[in-house]
Design a protein around this ligand. Structure first.
Ligand code: CA
Ligand code: CA
Ligand code: CA
Length: 481
């Protein structure tokens, strides 16, 4: 029934869509829940803090990935304010950020599980276009004939070796290490946005990497891009659904060449783990597909569950649970539990004319629906967090703590959300989201940190974005009994 087209003349713009958009995809309003949190400032001496991670053997520190290219160490063990100390500077590699809304830069980092002895850390950076391991898929669409299809940038994974200063105990680049910045993987990106770029080692000791669908909007060729030219780099049914590109995916690799399990990657710089679902495919690094901009993800510290927050197009934001290898999370066939039509109305000046047209939970059966979702009455882009496993906020134990960057585009009304992950319902609509802090954050939420005690931090910046001086790391504390 859902695949039967019922032509509605009113719905036919020049885009020729046969579907009616859903006006209010998720009717329930997100309201303050019984648990509220308070925020205290750890530091404002950062620019664009996108992630807060920990290193094995470094119990006191939270390491902040700053989009401008710095990795900072914060001593958070005291519970009070802290002064950032520079650990790593990758800014010379970056092509961005250049504007307040630029999504390029230093996007993620993960310490090796063996960091206490190997000193290794992995980074995700947006770098100038050049030789790549994965090129864009060629486009034969008529709109692109005779036009250059030059990628905007490369998404690059690198390895660095750090050492401890014997006098101060501080971490810094190991001056004796060879091959600093070893390039593991470089992926062409057609447009500047939708880069995801989060990195985490799983309980299996393997490196998981999120990559966005390549950017623009609708994961579709030929509509007008932000620069006025037709979109390229998204042929056919888009990148999310194609197993021939790493764009729109969760990837899994083993950076340890000395580990003889699995097979060597095509470029010889890492290994393809045993158990990856498409070992003989074009992109054997793929672990999950059908993602749009899986900007932040995390592993549950208690049970290893893998939670991915996938940023939606114009309507639906979603939280996905990766229960096994090979799942298809639906983009651009679906946005949340809704069928998505990328060819919409003739909306003048809009870069996306795609829209959800029918709620279709569980359909088609090959696609995996989110655990929870909300719509753009509530926000503009989901920011993934962590299932809370600390002690300072007992009422939130087992709850997924996440949020939205801003209630309206760049209006600095960041929001903090939660739902009960340990007692989640089987159907998306039954996992109701509540708000953890009433009223505007007076900042845009851009990431979360989790320290070694599993306490959480909200990472924010102001309207100047990654070009300003308004970044902050805020500690979450339970404000209600
Ligand atoms: Ca709504
Ligand atoms: Ca999805
Ligand atoms: Ca479109």
């Amino acid at each position: 029934m859902l695949l039967t087209l019922s032509i509605s003349p009113a719905a036919l713009g020049s885009g020729g869509s046969a579907h009616d958009p859903v006006g209010d995809p998720v009717p329930p309003v997100i309201e303050p829940g019984p648990v509220q949190v308070a925020l205290t400032t750890v530091t404002t001496a950062v620019t664009a803090p996108l992630a807060g991670i920990t290193a094995p053997g470094r119990a006191r520190e939270l390491f902040i990935v700053d989009q401008i290219g710095k990795l900072w160490s914060l001593d958070v063990a005291s519970g009070g304010p802290a002064t950032p100390r520079e650990v790593l500077d990758v800014s010379q590699l970056l092509v961005g950020p250049q504007t307040p809304t630029d999504e390029r830069g230093f996007l993620g980092a993960a310490f090796s599980p063996g960091f206490a002895t190997d000193g290794l850390i992995y980074t995700d950076t947006s770098e100038a276009h050049g030789p790549a391991d994965y090129r864009l898929r060629p486009s034969n669409d008529a709109c692109l004939v005779g036009r250059p299809q030059t990628p905007d940038h490369l998404d690059v994974i690198r390895e660095w070796r750090l050492a401890t200063d014997p006098a101060t105990g501080a971490l810094h680049l190991d001056p004796s290490a060879a091959n600093q910045g070893r390039r593991l993987l470089a992926i062409e990106h057609p447009q500047a946005n939708h880069n995801a770029g989060d990195l985490h080692f799983g309980p299996d000791g393997l490196l998981y990497i999120t990559d966005g669908d390549g950017g623009g909007a609708d994961d579709q060729n030929c509509q007008e891009n932000f620069d006025g030219n037709p979109m390229f780099g998204h042929p056919g049914g888009g990148n999310g659904q194609s197993l021939d590109t790493p764009l729109g995916k969760l990837l899994r690799i083993n950076p340890r060449l000395s580990d003889t399990r699995g097979t060597l990657s095509a470029n010889g710089q890492y290994r393809i783990p045993v158990g990856n679902p498409f070992p003989n495919g074009t992109v054997p690094e793929i672990y999950s597909f059908g993602l749009r901009n899986p900007f932040r993800f995390s592993f549950d510290a208690a049970n290893g569950n893998l939670w991915v927050a996938d940023v939606g197009q114009n309507d639906v934001e979603e939280v996905d649970l990766v229960t096994r290898a090979g799942l298809d999370f639906g983009w651009r066939v679906k946005e949340g539990t809704f069928r998505f039509d990328p060819d919409g109305f003739d909306l003048k000046g809009a870069h996306s004319d795609g829209f959800p047209f029918a709620n279709a939970p569980g359909v088609p059966a090959a696609l995996t629906d989110p655990i929870a979702q909300y719509d753009h009455d509530e926000g503009t882009a989901i920011i993934g967090g962590y299932v809370y496993r600390g002690t300072a906020m007992p009422a939130l134990r087992g709850h997924y703590v996440f949020g939205d960057t801003s209630r309206r585009l760049n209006n600095q009304h960041g929001r903090l959300f939660t739902f009960d992950a340990d007692h989640r319902a089987a159907t998306t609509a039954d996992n109701r989201i509540s708000e953890l802090r009433e009223g505007p954050l007076d900042a845009q939420l851009i990431g979360f940190g989790q320290d070694t005690a599993h306490e959480l931090y909200a990472l924010v910046f102001g309207v100047q974005g990654p070009r300003g001086d308004t970044g902050a790391v805020l500690r979450l504390r339970q404000a209600t009994p």
